[in-house]
Design a protein around this ligand. Structure first.
Ligand code: SF4
Ligand code: SF4
Length: 367
């Protein structure tokens, strides 16, 4: 049985996508859909050495996500599925965030050995209205079926949005028919706001009433943490990393100082320093980061359970190995710091923040 040692969030700087969902986070940014292609130049051998279990300290979960569709790449340099293969081959677990419509790449991945596929999960974004508009509903559901039939895991995730409300009954019927269960729900956020607020015109009472019909524990947990500033000691950076897969630049989470490049010298150990104090308005991906334990004992919710569904016939979306691994807590495989050490780290982070803001102001004055 494998236990999770670290959570490695991999950013793939590809900003191309075959869809144009109206709520897309990327569409809210200036750089969105600018057609940037990730230049994955490192060889497969380099990737397995850079992320070897020895260097990472044990078995990790690698979470692949792009600034567009993760599996969309033009034929230059190394394809992302080759990196995924390498990571699985050396014993890690991999999750891929995808709209599950790039069929040729999905088919290539599903040809991996069965033993590797058991450690692979597709996080399938179910863009119902966009799929309907582009006639992709059958492609999406056929690919989800192909993933399950090949022995990998797939979890179906729907983004609640006001425009979808008139279609909820249709979505429910389609989901039971094609996936054997209802999709899980995430929360649409508005990245254009400083607080990364809910993207909805509903009141919170209406929002709760409308979307609770999906009975999603993932959504229920997300609701408890959405918009709430985290002040507990966070081990992001020590038990997790956020790595740019193209450049090797790494920071503790989606935020934080202490940037390092983990590709520059593979003989050098990676620095695993905890962030301590979260600089973000809220932990918007806490359904993964917090259920897996970056803040120890934060919740009894387990990440595997909130990704899985039991179908009407009793079968599961997640393979037993994947469910078990994702249900692991990082705090069980890593040592926690004493209160004094935590306080020292937090004081250091506060000092760094003050220094950075003074430097920024000074530079403005000089210019
Ligand atoms: S599939 Fe994802 S990246 Fe593409 S438009 Fe939709 S939300 Fe954006
Ligand atoms: S609280 Fe969440 S977003 Fe903040 S540093 Fe920790 S894991 Fe990252």
């Amino acid at each position: 049985m494998d236990n999770i040692k670290r959570l490695i969030n991999c950013h793939i700087p590809t900003s191309i996508c075959n869809l144009r969902c109206h709520y897309c986070y990327l569409g809210q940014r200036k750089s969105s859909f600018e057609g940037k292609q990730a230049l994955l130049k490192k060889s497969p051998e380099f990737i397995s050495a850079a992320f070897s279990k020895e260097r990472m300290g044990g078995t990790c979960q690698f979470h692949m996500t792009a600034a567009g569709e993760t599996l969309m790449q033009k034929g230059i340099y190394i394809y992302i599925y080759i990196y995924i293969y390498e990571l699985l081959k050396i014993g890690h677990y991999v999750s891929i965030v995808t709209n599950l419509t790039i069929t040729p790449v999905i088919q290539k991945i599903l040809q991996f050995d069965k033993e590797l596929l058991r450690r692979l999960i597709f996080k399938c974004s179910f863009h119902y209205l966009e799929f309907k508009k582009k006639n992709l509903l059958d492609v999406f559901s056929a690919n989800a079926r192909a993933v399950w039939d090949a022995g990998a895991s797939a979890t179906i995730e729907l983004l609640p949005n006001d425009e979808l409300i008139p279609y909820i009954d249709e979505v429910i019927t389609f989901s039971f028919d094609r996936f054997g269960a209802l999709p899980h729900l995430t929360i649409a956020r508005n990245d254009a706001t400083a607080g990364r607020d809910y993207l909805t015109n509903l009141t919170m009472e209406e929002y709760e009433r409308v979307w609770s019909v999906f009975d999603s524990d993932m959504w229920r947990f997300k609701r408890t943490i959405f918009g709430v500033k985290r002040n507990e000691f966070c081990y992001a950076g020590a038990w997790s990393l956020y790595v740019n897969l193209e450049t090797g630049n790494a920071v503790p989470c989606y935020c934080g100082t202490g940037r390092q490049n983990i590709y520059d010298d593979l003989s050098k150990p990676i620095r695993f320093d905890p962030i301590g104090l979260c600089p973000l308005p809220h932990c918007y991906n806490g359904h993964a980061l917090l259920t897996q334990g970056l803040i120890p004992r934060f919740t009894d919710y387990l990440y595997g359970n909130i990704r899985d569904r039991t179908r009407l016939d009793g079968s599961h979306w997640l393979q037993p190995e994947m469910l078990n691994f994702l249900n692991g807590k990082l705090e069980n495989q890593n040592s926690e710091y004493c209160v004094l050490k935590q306080k020292i780290i937090i004081s250091r982070r506060i000092a760094e923040k003050v220094f950075a803001s003074i430097k920024k102001r000074a530079l403005k004055i000089i210019r």
